[in-house]
Design a protein around this ligand. Structure first.
Ligand SMILES: CC(C)(COP(=O)(O)OP(=O)(O)OC[C@H]1O[C@@H](n2cnc3c(N)ncnc32)[C@H](O)[C@@H]1OP(=O)(O)O)[C@@H](O)C(=O)NCCC(=O)NCCS
Length: 258
């Protein structure tokens, strides 16, 4: 059976309790950014695809990086094969240009699964909300020199971590605010500003981002999430590339059970 795409807003999935597996455990007080890599039980040959530990999987293209291999911040966790592609600038600037206001690594994490694709100018807003429960939002204390008495800067609030599933595609210039969870297989349209959770396999667009389409029907989405191909061993992924890039869900399910 081939699964059908589905576009009805009425079938929007409710807020989705979501757990992301980036290929290892995330320490509750993260100190390092080393997430165990998918076990490579076969040697790297041309048929194994790119090395997940390489910074530049395309040797000729220094604008595209496997993100986990360039991250230094203790509160950013990225899964294997997730890439960032900055057409016009050094993608090493990701942590400063694309992850914004990352001032409180102890308060907020950015966790992203495997096989995500991040287009240029995608941004993650980690903190940065001014004080809302006051008559002014002007951040007096940050200037010191007596103004620190206005209030304790620890009162700046963060809505929560940014948790992103696997196989998520971020279109050009999309933005994700802290406190948001994005489900597996979602597509964030170019220019979207995401302030609410994004259901798995939905397409969200606009500002504020809303679901404009579901990619598949509910039952197919549940089946896809059960298969969770991104957690397969690499050999299995390599063997089933054509299936993964088709709409043959029965075939994928069969491959999963082997
Ligand atoms: C999200 C995207 C994949 C949707 O493609 P699609 O499935 O063909 O969607 P459609 O064109 O049928 O659009 C569906 C609806 O979403 C709206 N929509 C699509 N993209 C949108 C966007 N970026 N912003 C706002 N609305 C958008 C359409 O207007 C349409 O609305 P309607 O149902 O009210 O008419 C595509 O529009 C997009 O943003 N791609 C990103 C491309 C990119 O940034 N590439 C960078 C290199 S990787």
């Amino acid at each position: 059976m081939r699964i059908k795409t589905q576009g009805r807003l009425a079938q929007l999935v409710e807020r989705y309790p979501y757990k992301v597996d980036v290929g290892g455990s995330i320490p509750s007080t993260p100190t390092i950014n080393k997430i165990p890599t998918i076990p490579q039980s076969i040697s790297m040959t041309k048929k194994t695809g790119p090395d997940p530990l390489s910074v530049f999987p395309l040797e000729h293209d220094k604008n595209l990086v496997f993100l986990k291999n360039i991250i230094t911040a203790p509160n950013i966790f990225i899964g294997d094969y997730t890439y960032f592609d900055d057409r016009f600038a050094d993608p090493h600037r990701f942590e400063t240009y694309n992850v914004l206001y990352n001032y409180s690594p102890d308060k907020v994490k950015l966790v992203m699964g495997k096989f995500c694709a991040i287009a240029m100018d995608t941004r993650f807003i980690m903190t940065g909300d001014h004080k809302l429960d006051a008559l002014t939002t002007y951040p007096f204390p940050i200037f010191g020199q007596g103004w620190e008495e206005a209030f304790d800067v620890s009162e700046f609030k963060v809505k929560g971590d940014i948790i992103i599933g696997n196989d998520v595609w971020f279109g050009f210039g999309s933005t994700v605010r802290n406190g948001v969870t994005i489900g597996d297989g979602a597509i964030i349209a170019a220019g979207a500003f995401v302030v609410k959770d994004v259901p798995p396999y939905s397409i969200v667009a606009g500002n504020p981002a809303r679901v404009v389409k579901m990619r598949f029907d509910d039952i197919s989405i549940a089946r896809l999430q059960k298969i969770a191909w991104w957690n397969w061993p690499l050999e299995k992924i390599n063997k089933n590339l054509k299936l993964l890039c088709s709409l043959d869900l029965d075939g994928l399910e069969k491959a999963n059970s082997i």
